[in-house]
Write a protein that binds this ligand. Structure first.
Ligand code: ADE
Length: 225
């Protein structure tokens, strides 16, 4: 799977993709992540990529031309299944959306800044608009990193078996059950007996019940329907 991320602050994206699982996924050739500096497609030699909003008001608007040029250059090389714009007024990200994106081959992600992109970018190029929550970030980069991480970790072969994504919270519509590791007792705090019993079916049943209980208490909305 290939990600092309368009950003005017590409340095912000260096770190998330150079560690741990995301780094390994790239080394295993399961994913390619390419970051594109929007300023390379600036409208003049001063590196301009934004301008004042027509009609007035505070804040700059990202211009259509640099984004058009960058996307056109990418599309000349290959087909894309989705062009995602990270924006607080997009559809709120959840596991089901992540699962659907994980089935695609080539994705472009546009990171917004300032007041966002010229509306014509959204009309012309964008196929999906995604928010990572009801709060406003300084730019779309952190959102793009969140989205990319969530997608990549469920691509088959990325996680090793012991950290399988199938038992993640949300994958079965439930929050994950509590987990414990050694020691079995710490300062009088005990691990539930059942987990030490070696009885796999009973442990499975216990985990399921705990997952339901936790979901009921913390996220009853997930159980609706
Ligand atoms: N850009 C600014 N805020 C954002 C959010 N909440 N989600 C995605 N992109 C954003």
């Amino acid at each position: 799977m290939r990600f092309d991320i368009i950003s005017c602050q590409p340095d912000l994206l260096d770190s998330p993709f150079s560690h741990s699982i995301l780094k390994r996924a790239q080394q295993k050739n399961l994913v390619e992540i390419h970051i594109h500096d929007l300023r390379k497609y600036a409208v003049n030699k001063h590196g301009q990529i934004d301008d004042y909003a027509f009609g007035g008001g505070a804040g700059m608007v990202m211009m259509i031309e640099p984004i058009d040029k960058c996307i056109s250059a990418l599309k000349a090389e290959r087909n894309y299944d989705a062009v995602i714009y990270m924006t607080p007024d997009g559809q709120t990200l959840n596991q089901s959306i992540v699962n659907q994106f994980s089935l695609l081959q080539n994705i472009i992600i546009i990171c917004g800044h300032y007041k966002g992109v010229d509306e014509r970018v959204r009309q012309q190029f964008v196929t999906h608009e995604i928010s990572i929550g009801d709060y406003v970030l300084s730019g779309g980069e952190l959102g793009a990193a969140v989205l990319t991480d969530a997608i990549i970790r469920i691509i088959p072969g990325v996680l090793n078996d012991e950290s399988s994504a199938l038992t993640d919270s949300f994958q079965d519509g439930l929050l994950a059950p509590p987990v414990y590791t050694r020691p079995a007792e710490y300062k009088g705090l005990q691990v539930p007996e059942i987990l030490l019993s070696g009885d796999a079916p009973k442990i499975e049943q216990w985990r399921f019940e705990q997952a339901i209980e936790r979901t009921k208490q913390r996220r009853p909305d997930l159980l609706d329907g």
